[in-house]
Design a protein around this ligand. Structure first.
Ligand SMILES: Cc1cc2nc3c(=O)[nH]c(=O)nc-3n(C[C@H](O)[C@H](O)[C@H](O)COP(=O)(O)OP(=O)(O)OC[C@H]3O[C@@H](n4cnc5c(N)ncnc54)[C@H](O)[C@@H]3O)c2cc1C
Length: 433
């Protein structure tokens, strides 16, 4: 229905979308009668709602649900998608629950299509392949790979969904070697917005494979994904070194980072994190993300920007839950894969910047400071327009910034083919029009 698409675009004007008034009990009854026995359905009032359904990492602009459906089989997922379409019910598939884009807040009182039962991991060492279910997390694949002498380029936090991350690219400390996680995606079983189950691979629906390797959550539900795995290096050991620097050393650190741009070893990833520790944060509730890509390291400009950041945070109690990370991967891994091999757009980034700030009470102040700081950095990013890693984005940057202006026309055309009703529209999505 078109009105739902219009609702999404109103989100950042401060208006929240409410999908049709859902009666969770009715859905339990109707879906319960058609799903296979192993499936489960929960209502928020159920005692085990918090433990049995996928909970979201962040309370900021969180989607809300009147019902959570956990299908057991791929055919059950198809039934849920068709049922939701028939009854005009807005829904979101959830994997690891770590999607934190503000765009998700547009889904209120919807249906959670919880992929929690799609949690299998199979490593085929002989063929260097790994097949996982749609809700498997980074932590679930490390041991099975290591046990057979293989490595896989997971991201930094173990609890993030592997499908969720890699459908939007997926970056981490192995990116310098292997590129984005999506670069290792070989094929996926996807239930599209038409309810069809299709294989996306080089030989079948290769255009869909291109699209889901970067903009994947706009096209359907991936119940099974097969990735390339790699012989592990260094007997499977990696070294992590944490060092503490004072703010006065910032200029030297950026000089060092700049000197590494051309010669960074592909095995090495560097992250400079700024964490203000004047007050001890207790529990993180609302975390407001911002991010951007830097293509050049202007030492003086960056040092001045960070100095401004430090001074402002130090003098503003409301901002003292901020976290800012500058991560530098070797470009080698990204550049092993041609630009047109997928919709993952940005392969020549010098530094990925992502920041968030946690607070329950001071979200407007935090939001406005982070936005202002992000906009300052855009001016020294080496590009005229904001470009951002979609998975770390705030959620209002738009498709050109997430996927690149060059990719958007093809992504739209594919969206019209695979999700013509725009069912998969709540997460930094590609528009149908
Ligand atoms: C603490 C934290 C650490 C992070 N670390 C990293 C990192 O190191 N590297 C990195 O690249 N990103 C990282 N991210 C960002 C992460 O990649 C995105 O937030 C990603 O969307 C999370 O996926 P999920 O499955 O956990 O989340 P969910 O909230 O479950 O899903 C997010 C989006 O992906 C879709 N989705 C999930 N699974 C499927 C599926 N099987 N089929 C179709 N759509 C699906 C959902 O519908 C939703 O639109 C991090 C995020 C957090 C909060």
């Amino acid at each position: 229905m078109r009105w739902l698409g219009a609702v999404q675009s109103l989100f950042f004007a401060g208006q929240i979308a409410h999908c049709m008034v859902l009666n969770g009990t009715q859905i339990v009854h109707e879906l319960g009668s058609i799903l296979s026995n192993g499936s489960s359905i929960y209502l928020p009032a159920d005692a085990d709602w918090d433990t049995e359904t996928t909970q979201r990492f962040d309370t900021w602009h969180a989607p809300t649900y009147v019902v959570s459906v956990k299908p057991a089989l791929t055919t059950d997922v198809q039934k849920v998608v068709r049922y939701a379409t028939l009854h005009n019910i807005s829904f979101l598939a959830t994997g690891g629950g770590h999607g934190y884009s503000g765009s998700l807040g547009a889904l209120q009182n919807g249906l959670e299509l919880d992929l929690g039962y799609f949690n299998s991991v199979t490593v085929d060492a002989a063929n260097n392949l790994m097949t996982v279910g749609g809700a498997v997390r980074f932590s679930d694949v490390e041991e099975p790979c290591y046990a057979v002498g293989k490595a896989f380029p997971v991201g930094a936090c173990p609890c993030v969904g592997l499908a969720g991350a890699s459908l939007g690219g997926g970056i981490g400390f192995y990116s310098g070697l292997y590129g984005a996680i999506s670069d290792s995606l070989v094929s996926a079983e996807v239930i599209t917005g038409t309810g069809a189950l299709v294989t996306a691979s080089e030989s079948e629906n290769s255009d869909l494979l291109w699209a889901i390797k970067g903009a994947g959550s706009s096209y359907g539900v991936a119940t099974s994904l097969t990735y390339r795995v790699y012989d592990y290096l260094n007997d499977g050991y990696a070294m992590n070194a944490d060092m503490l620097f004072s703010a006065s050393q910032m200029s030297s650190l950026f000089t060092f980072a700049k000197s590494w741009l051309e010669k960074q070893r592909k095995e090495l990833s560097i992250t400079f994190s700024l964490i203000y520790v004047a007050t001890l944060q207790e529990v993180i509730h609302a975390s407001v993300p911002y991010a951007l890509n830097l293509y050049e390291i202007g030492v003086e400009d960056l040092t001045a920007a960070v100095q401004y950041f430090n001074d402002t945070v130090a003098s503003t109690a409301a901002l003292q839950g901020v976290f800012l990370a500058f991560t530098q991967y070797a470009q080698y891994g990204f550049q092993q894969h041609p630009q047109n091999s997928s919709s993952f757009p940005y392969r020549d980034v010098a530094i990925q910047i992502d920041g968030s700030a946690a607070s329950d009470d001071d979200v407007p102040i935090i939001d406005s400071f982070e936005r202002e700081f992000r906009d300052r950095l855009v001016n020294i990013s080496g590009k005229d327009e904001l470009e951002v890693y979609m998975q770390f984005s705030h959620g209002d940057e738009g498709a050109d910034a997430w996927f690149s202006a060059a990719n958007v026309p093809k992504l739209r055309e594919l969206k019209r083919r695979y999700d013509p009703l725009d069912l998969f529209r709540f997460y930094n999505s590609v528009d149908v029009d």
